[in-house]
Ligand binder design. Structure first.
Ligand code: ZN
Ligand code: ZN
Length: 340
């Protein structure tokens, strides 16, 4: 294991553990330093215990580099690897085994921390057949959301990467998509033409989360009824222990999801786990479709599907109503049929 590989794996595990950004940043910075430093100099500095003289290398990161160069798995990596394992219940295991892709994830094109290629490589390692890239739309400026021009560029880039993946012999595809903001009046933050070009559209509320319940219900139903929308992202917007769920009439929203064939996302992020159990059971009662998505912003977070799988098992979500148990072609047939 090279120092670069060791640091990348540490970052992967820290992201999987949802560690503080400060902690992760130290390893990201060390990775940059390792990539910029001549390997011979790096080895000499490790031998003479002078790595920490380099700007951006501290005691922990120096330890990882030194042990990797010595040909052993760094002790810090072994520890974080063990501590960050994602648990999966027996009930959840049947769901996880059935999943063939992930329909909501981000890259460095918006607020993600990893390139499209890195996200795809991890998704392939996880055994996925596809991933839908859903970076943010333009309105979410804090997340560096994509305007139409950047989205068009991204679609071309996905074409190129898909060709590379096929050339490398993988039967894996990146499907195009976007996590489109639901504006205050229920309209979407992307033109119908561009929406029509995408394979899968996730629509989510990211602003005015505390608006009046009646207005929020109308806003969400409008979006759910939009023929271009395939998935309703993290429907309550809650952040566990930090932000309460938005106020809306879940009966109307889930009835609309069932009626207009918009899947209800089971968002796996540990701080979201959205919808909460009572609402998830209600969506099951309405006969909704579902997806189990990580909403990953880093490679390690692509491993979070077990959290949603356990939740789905607890709430008796029918496996055959979960869209990402379908093949890529079946999924596309579903999303396009809805859009027609
Ligand atoms: Zn979101
Ligand atoms: Zn997202």
């Amino acid at each position: 294991m090279t120092p670069e590989e060791a640091l990348l794996r540490v970052i992967h595990c820290l992201d999987r553990a949802l560690a503080s950004p400060y902690k992760t940043r130290a390893f990201v910075r060390a990775l940059e330093v390792v990539r910029e430093t001549d390997p011979v100099e790096l080895a000499e500095r490790a031998r003479d215990e002078r790595l920490t003289e380099l700007d951006g290398i501290g005691d922990s990161t120096a330890g990882v580099i030194t042990e990797a160069l010595a040909g052993v798995v760094p002790s810090y990596l072994r520890q974080i690897e063990a501590e960050s394992q994602i648990e999966l219940t027996d009930g959840g295991a049947a769901y996880r085994a059935a999943l063939r892709g992930d329909c909501h994830l981000h890259s460095t094109w918006s607020d993600g921390g990893a390139s499209i290629e890195a996200m795809a490589a991890t998704a392939i390692d996880l055994g996925h057949e596809y991933m839908v890239l859903t970076d943010h739309s333009a309105r979410l400026t804090v997340a560096h959301g994509l305007n139409e021009e950047r989205l068009a560029n991204q679609l071309a880039e996905i074409d190129r990467i898909n060709d590379e993946i096929a050339t490398a012999g993988h039967s894996f595809r990146i499907l195009t998509g976007m996590e489109v903001d639901i504006l205050e009046d229920g309209a979407l933050d992307l033109s119908p033409d561009m929406l029509g070009e995408l394979d899968v559209v996730v629509a989510s509320v990211h602003s005015k989360l505390r608006m009046d319940g009646k207005q929020m219900t109308e806003r969400m139903v409008m979006a759910v009824a939009n023929p271009h929308v395939d998935i309703l992202g993290h429907c309550t917007g809650r952040m566990i222990g930090k932000r309460p769920p938005s106020d809306f009439d879940a009966d109307y929203v889930f009835a609309a999801c069932a009626r207009f064939h918009t899947a209800v996302e089971i968002n796996c992020r540990p701080e979201r786990l959205d919808p909460p159990r009572d609402l998830l059971r209600l969506a099951v009662d309405y006969g909704c479709w579902f997806t189990i998505d990580t909403d990953a912003h880093a490679t390690g977070q692509l491993e979070w599907q077990p959290l949603g799988c356990d939740r789905a098992a607890e709430c008796d979500v029918p496996i055959d109503r979960i869209l990402n148990t379908k093949s890529a072609d079946e999924l596309l047939a579903w999303t396009h049929a809805v859009a027609a």
